[in-house]
Design a protein around this ligand. Structure first.
Ligand SMILES: Cc1ncc(COP(=O)(O)O)c(C=O)c1O
Length: 413
């Protein structure tokens, strides 16, 4: 039988992959793991279908039982340059999709091949912006298992946003199960430890057709994923922000406190102008007094003075970041005094250190702030000590390098 070997009547070949589940087994050349070639497996109601993908290599000896292979299995990673990841879309294998009609209950979803979706030109999301998104990450541990970070918090935030946008939302349990299912189906795209993470992007949208302004008659909940590296090209190197005086991200009574899609289209103009001038992003002020800090386009902001760390309080115009909430707890546990309150632009300019937090940016130190044409720089030696300490504490938890005493991580295997 050459260099292959038989297993339950199946001829295994070196450098082939065995896809198996309780009721399905097939062999694929390793080259088929390239996303363009991976065949569309029928996954409906069979979430465990690709639960066992093992690389069969020439070191596996003849007569090896399936259980032996599984116990020594090496998961094949996607064939990409893991050192080259930025924060751009890398198409993966599967996405999760479920829909719900007016009764407000989402049906049990399916994994589908990642790809374009069909929408009515008259859908609520395209015409009236009835849409929300979420963002969370999965990290691969040294032992190959995968960790999610506080996924139930994203589920709860999506439910809050859905209520504001007159949309039904998946339950917390449904959301978390769907995230797990999507990550496991795309596990070969979770970067090796230290190379990045798998960014998970749940979407909730009014997919039903409407013409007059009204909530859509049908909703789609979809999750896709992409491996990512650093959000800012600077990595952990400090970013340069400019305080925006003309445009505002949110107003009292508006939707700044939820993750609705329109909040992001509306910051593009100021962000593009800032980037064209060499800044990394824009820091927004409150729209009433134009004096107090709100947040950056897609992350929260913290100001350090001595052993006190202050961040703008959540009052409807600022997104309640899950990283923000986690950093507050981590900083308190490390002995810092943390204050959630109004933080003025004067305090910002007088700070010892400034940093931003978010799922995508993690903890990103700020090197300089430009306000009304004046530039203030922080620290002479790059990353500030407090930012570095908080970054290390949080990422060790997220990556499973430190004991998770708070029960924030969810392990997938
Ligand atoms: C406007 C805005 N603020 C803050 C954050 C940070 O939130 P989180 O830490 O939950 O990612 C995000 C990112 O999602 C955001 O879009």
């Amino acid at each position: 039988m050459g260099s292959g070997f038989a297993l339950s009547g199946l001829q295994l070949q070196p450098n082939h992959l065995l896809f198996s589940s309780r009721n399905f087994t097939t062999l694929l050349p390793a080259s088929f793991t390239n996303s363009r070639h991976l065949p569309l497996l029928k996954l409906q109601n069979q979430p465990s279908l690709i639960s066992s993908c093992v690389q069969v290599n020439s070191t596996v000896s003849q007569g090896t039982a399936l259980s032996d292979i599984c116990s020594t299995e090496t998961y094949e990673l996607a064939d990409i340059n893991w050192d080259d990841l930025g924060f751009g879309l890398v198409p993966t294998d599967y996405m999760y999709v479920t829909k719900c009609s007016k009764n407000g209950k989402f049906s049990k979803g399916d994994l589908q091949r990642f790809g374009n979706i069909e929408l009515s030109p008259s859908s609520g999301v395209l015409n009236y912006g009835q849409g929300l998104f979420e963002g969370l990450k999965a990290y691969r541990k040294q032992d190959g298992s995968i960790l999610l970070f506080r996924p139930e918090e994203n589920a709860l935030r999506m439910r809050t946003g859905a209520e504001r946008m007159c949309m039904p939302a998946p339950t917390v349990e449904q959301f978390v199960e769907a995230v797990k299912m999507t990550v496991l189906a795309n596990k070969r795209w979770v970067p090796p430890p230290g190379k990045g993470s798998l960014y998970i992007r749940p979407l909730l949208m009014g997919s039903g057709a409407v013409l007059g302004l009204a909530p859509a008659p049908e909703y789609t909940f979809l999750i896709y994923v992409s491996p990512v590296g650093n959000y800012f090209k600077e990595g952990l190197a400090p970013i340069n922000l400019v305080v925006e005086n003309e445009f505002h991200r949110a107003t009292p009574g508006g939707t700044g406190g939820i993750k609705t899609i329109g909040n992001y289209a509306s910051v593009l103009k100021a962000q593009s102008a800032a980037k064209a001038k060499g800044y990394s992003d824009v820091l927004y002020l409150d729209s009433v007094h134009k004096k107090y800090l709100e947040e950056v386009s897609s992350c929260n902001v913290f100001v350090v003075k001595g052993t006190t760390i202050s961040t703008p309080a959540i009052k409807g115009t600022i997104l309640p970041g899950i990283t923000r909430k986690s950093i507050i707890d981590v900083a308190c546990n490390l002995g810092f005094q943390v204050e959630e309150r109004l933080v003025s632009v004067d305090e910002l300019l007088d700070a010892d250190e400034v940093f931003c937090t978010g799922t995508a940016v993690v903890v990103s130190p700020v090197g300089s702030i430009t306000y009304l044409g004046e530039r203030v720089s922080y620290g002479k030696t790059g990353v500030g000590a407090v930012s570095q300490q908080l970054f290390s504490s949080l990422t060790s938890l997220q990556m499973g390098l430190a004991e998770d005493k708070l029960g924030w991580t969810v392990e997938l295997s």
